[in-house]
Design a protein around this ligand. Structure first.
Ligand code: IMP
Ligand code: MG
Length: 183
């Protein structure tokens, strides 16, 4: 782990809760299928998905829920460029309307891979939702159907997002400032 601090909060827990309410309003129409499945991409999406499903519940939306574990990042902040499934979904999604949920859309590799993988399993439709979007980092053309916040090219942690496995528990999102880097 490089020397760093996380003193700069970008989105407080209240900011996130407000944005989540808006996302739920915008997304509700995509969630009305009889067979509606939400799939969280682990591990970063666990907190976002947990809050999203509670928001959708208040709009009388009752999904089946599953998770897929994908890995592309190594121990640091740079993607290896390859994505692999380390734990696949177990639900049968043939004919289902699927909403894929991830923490952040960065290079686009993870979400593009996940969308293809779920579509290959026979889902009738696949929509995507990420809490954060870093459009300046895109390598693979990829857009999410719904996003909460757009962020600059900063490495961020909290609310599910980690730096080297740490900080996922923070109820807010903070910027990681690396002390061995020129300001
Ligand atoms: P992508 O495949 O490059 O779009 O990366 C998506 C994955 O990289 C996310 O699911 C995160 O796990 C991780 N990631 C990308 N940017 C950040 C960040 O700023 N903080 C923490 N994790 C990140
Ligand atoms: Mg992730």
């Amino acid at each position: 782990m490089r020397p760093h601090h996380i003193h700069d909060v970008l989105f407080t827990a209240d900011d996130i809760a407000r944005q989540l309410d808006e996302l739920v309003v915008m997304m509700a129409g995509d969630c009305r299928a009889a067979d509606f499945v939400m799939i969280g991409i682990l591990r970063g999406s666990f907190m976002f998905l947990a809050d999203l499903v509670r928001g959708l519940y208040r709009r009388d939306i009752h999904p089946r829920i599953d998770f897929i574990t994908l890995e592309s990042y190594g121990a640091g902040t740079e993607s290896s460029g390859r994505v692999r499934v380390t734990k696949d979904i177990t639900l049968d999604v043939r004919g289902a309307q699927v909403l894929l949920v991830d923490d952040i859309l960065d290079t686009g590799r993870t979400l593009a891979f996940a969308r293809q993988s779920i579509s290959n399993k026979g889902a009738a439709g696949v929509k995507t939702c990420t809490l954060l979007d870093k459009p300046s980092r895109r390598v693979v053309p990829c857009r999410a159907d719904h996003t909460g916040f757009t962020v600059e090219n900063h490495f961020v942690v909290g609310y599910g997002l980690d730096y080297d496995g740490r900080y996922r528990e923070l109820p807010y999102i903070a910027k990681v400032t690396f002390l061995d880097e020129a300001p």
